[in-house]
Design a protein around this ligand. Structure first.
Ligand code: ATP
Length: 426
């Protein structure tokens, strides 16, 4: 059976993955064998999320009625019912629903009615609390399909520590990263000298180590020195897989969805107030503005190095009319040139414009020149993929160290026919 839980936390506390970890232990104590615990990230653009739009799915074998009772009891005991935006959902399905609803919740927007329809269609037990919105995530978790998967070891704090500053030795995290990268990632951000895996929110999470395998995350964890955790859980996840991306076409992007899109740079990048960088991309006569916000740090320099005519592929969420960049693939660099008035051969001084369509004139000796000087500039960027640093990475974004995006894969993940690549229009 699969047990799905969602929407149990609030900005003031709790975390659905903590309830999942507690439930895993209670199921096992009741003789229900747990085969896998999944941390399923859903559409990062839904407005009702508390933090990272996570839901939990536990795959188990045993008495479904008992599992349902234990899951509901866990949620009733631990969820933040007092918070207006907390609307828990619990579902237990002996028959797994088709993955369509998972993909819809991952890449699009869903309703409670749709979630209930999916759960009813497989005869699942379910319970929605308050406005029942959590049933969307619970149903999506139960229907989840992870063709690509990563792992996260989550360590949780003892209850008396909740809300107090976290005691995690910074050096030990850098050591854990050095010992296991690239089999683990986003423990720290070396370039920006920041710890990434320790949250600052008042929830029960102490730290989370992300990696390619349970062995890798456990190995990294063994390097970490910290306050004593209450418990630890290794989750299988869709984090770091780019599962949220849809192949998109400029001009046809829809609000709140995330895309992989091809285009040609249509104007010089502009750095605006706050250090946010915007870039105009064009394809087939349509344009889209792409944004690299200040928190993406050095990634903005990559965007600033682009010039009109460069051919790129970009990945990110389309929100408020612009595409928020998660990564960028430069496939072809345009020739960058600087056009200036010619230098006067007699005076060795640069001429100035003699007026529209009148060529150039030396202000010293009066000599005339027709052709400007065209200087080919050396590009500061090479073709290839570039990504935001760990400190700015979204949960679902695949680190480049795991492989670069390709249309083939995006189409395969979405269940559509593959056969096109990055250099072809989807
Ligand atoms: P945490 O990461 O700490 O678990 P959260 O960020 O996951 O918190 P939730 O409290 O779970 O946030 O709130 C997300 C809400 O949005 C849930 O009620 C969930 O059912 C709902 N939801 C998730 N995906 C979608 C979607 N694609 N369309 C509509 N609602 C969604």
């Amino acid at each position: 059976m699969r047990i799905g839980i969602d929407d149990t936390d609030s900005p003031a506390g709790m975390c659905t993955t903590y309830i999942g970890a507690v439930l895993v232990r209670r199921l096992e104590q009741s003789g229900i064998r747990v085969a896998e615990a999944r941390l399923v990230r859903l559409n990062p653009n839904v407005i009702h999320k508390t933090r990272g739009n996570a839901a939990v799915c536990i795959e188990a074998e045993g008495d479904a009625e008992m599992a349902f009772a234990l899951a509901c009891a866990c949620v009733e005991e631990l969820a933040e019912f007092g918070a207006p935006e907390t609307n828990p959902g619990v579902a237990v399905a002996a028959v797994r629903p088709p993955p369509d609803f998972y993909y819809a919740a991952l890449r699009d927007f869903c309703t409670v009615e749709e979630a209930v329809g999916v759960l009813e269609s497989v005869g699942a037990r379910y319970k929605g609390y308050k406005n029942r919105r959590g049933l969307i995530g619970a149903a999506a978790a139960v229907a989840s399909d992870l063709p690509d998967r990563t792992y996260e070891l989550l360590a949780y704090r003892k209850r008396e520590m909740w809300g107090a500053p976290r005691q995690v030795d910074r050096e030990s995290l850098f050591l854990a990263d050095r010992a296991t990268y690239p089999r683990t990632w986003d423990t720290v951000d070396r370039k920006n000298d920041v710890v990434v895996c320790v949250p600052h929110t008042p929830d029960p999470v102490l730290f989370g180590i992300r990696g390619e395998s349970p062995i890798a995350v456990r190995e990294a964890r063994s390097c970490v020195r910290s306050e004593e955790p209450a418990c630890e859980q290794v989750y299988t996840t869709n984090q770091g897989t780019d599962a949220h991306l849809l192949p998109g076409t400029i001009g046809e992007l829809r609000e709140g969805r995330s895309y992989l899109v091809r285009g040609t740079v249509a104007g010089l990048p502009v750095t605006g107030p706050g250090g946010h960088v915007s870039l105009l991309l064009e394809d087939g006569g349509a344009e889209v503005r792409c944004m690299a916000y200040e928190p993406t740090k050095g990634f903005r320099d990559v965007v600033r190095a682009l010039v009109p005519g460069d051919t790129v592929a970009v990945a990110g969420s389309y929100k408020g009319g612009s595409l928020n960049l998660e990564k960028i693939g430069v496939s072809r660099l345009a020739a960058a040139v600087r056009i200036r008035p010619p230098v006067c051969p007699a005076c060795a001084k640069r001429m100035t414009s003699a007026g529209t369509a009148k060529g150039y004139k030396c202000r010293i000796c009066g000599a005339r020149g027709r052709e400007p000087e065209v200087e080919r500039l050396e590009r500061r960027i090479r073709p290839g993929w570039y990504e935001v640093p760990p400190v700015a990475r979204r949960h679902l974004s695949r680190p480049l160290v795991r492989g670069v995006p390709g249309w083939e894969e995006v189409l395969l993940q979405s269940g559509r026919k593959p056969g096109r690549n990055l250099h072809e229009r989807p």
